[in-house]
Design a protein around this ligand. Sequence first.
Ligand code: ADP
Ligand code: MG
Length: 394
Amino acid sequence: MERARGTMTVIDETDDVLPDSQTAKVFYSKYEPKEVLGRGVSSTVRRCVDKETGTEYAVKIIDISEADHGSDIKESTHREVEVLRMVQGHPYVIELHDVFESATHIFLVFELLRQGELFDYLTTVVTLSEKKTKHIMKQLFEALLHVHDKSVVHRDVKPENILLDDNLDIKLTDFGFARILRPGEELYDLVGTPGYLAPELLRANMIETAPGYRFEVDTWACGVVMYTLLVGCPPFWHRKQMVMLRNIMEGKFTFGSPEWDDVTDAPKDLISRLLTVDPARRITVREALQHPFFHRVTARERPFSGRRMFKLAINSVRAAVRIQRLKYTPEALSVSVAIMDPYRIKALRKVIDACAFRVYGHWVKKAEGQNRAMLFENLPKTDLRRAAPVLVTS
Ligand code: ADP
Ligand code: MG
C-alpha cells in the first residue's frame, strides 16, 4: 500500500521497505517511487517518476546490506553497472539512465518498458506466429551482436530478461550475470537459468578436463527462446531436472506433432543450428541474422503482383458463391414432391417436425430423428409396422 506524504512516498510493505540512507534520500528527492514491476533474489524493480520532468523510469533497487552476501552482491552489481555502461547506445539494449549508491542499497534507474517481460506476453498469447517470432528474434540477435562486439557475454538470455515496448520491440535487460571476456578467455562458472544452460557450460562444470565456454552460450539460449516462442513450451523441459540437463548435454529435443505441424522448415532449421551441441559448429549470431528465416519472403510479405491478386479475387468470389449456395440458397419447392413426400423438403420438414413434436413429442424418440421421416411418408406401400422400433410407449 502506498501513501503520499508531501512529495515523498511512504511504502507500507514490511518486506518491501525502501532504503533510508543518504543516497536513498538523494534518490527520493529526484524520483517518486511507485508500484513494484518485478523482483529478483536481492532486488526489487519499481516504476518511478522524475519529479521535475514527470518522465517515468524503472528503478532496480539492490540490497547490499546482507551480512553474508552483501559484499558479493555489491561487487556483482558494480560489474553489472560496468557492463551496462559498455553496452549502452543500442536500440534493443536497455538504457541505464542513473545510478545511486549508499552503504545498504544500489539504485539503477532504467528507461521504463511498459509492456514488461516477453515471458508474460508469451503466457498471455501462449504461442507466437512465425512473423512475430521473426520480429523478436531478429532484434534479439541484433542486440546480442552488439553486446558480443563489446566483448560481453550475457549468460542469462531468456524471455524474463527480454522486455517489450508498445510496438513489440525488445530491450535486452538484466546484465546481472554478464561478463566481459578477454581475448581467448574461457569461463567455467555455473550461472544462468537451468532450461537455458548450454551443453558446454554444463560440461565445463561436470567434467574436469572439459574446456570452458564463451559467447556461444548466448546463441544456444536464443535457440531455447525461439523454440519456446513458436510452440509455447521449452525444448528440453523434464520434470526431473537431471533428465533435462542430460537432454541438454545430448542436444535431445524434437519438433513434435501436432504443435510443430504448422511451422515451416526455415525456423526449424535455424533452431536446429542454434541448438547444436558443439559450440564450434553452432551457428553464430552474425550467421543467424543471415539465415533464410529472416530473409525468406513469406506469402504475406510478397511484393504486389496484379496477376496473383486477380487470381486470388476470382478464387474468393468462387468460394463465396459456393458457400452461399451451400448454406443459404433455399431448395426449389416442387408442389408434386410436397404432396407426395413433404418430409423431403427441408422447409416443410421443419414445420412437420414442429407439429409432430407438439402432438407426438411424448412418444417419439428424439435421438432417432432420421426415422421420424417414416411417420410422414406418403408412399404407396408404407408399412407402419416397420416404423415401430422408433416408437416407445410411455
Ligand atoms: P533480476 O536480476 O532480479 O532478475 P531484472 O533486471 O531482470 O532483475 O528485473 C526483474 C524484473 O523487473 C524483470 O524481469 C521485469 O519484470 C522487471 N523490470 C526490470 N527492468 C524493467 C524496466 N526497465 N521496465 C519494466 N520492467 C522492468
Ligand atoms: Mg532477471
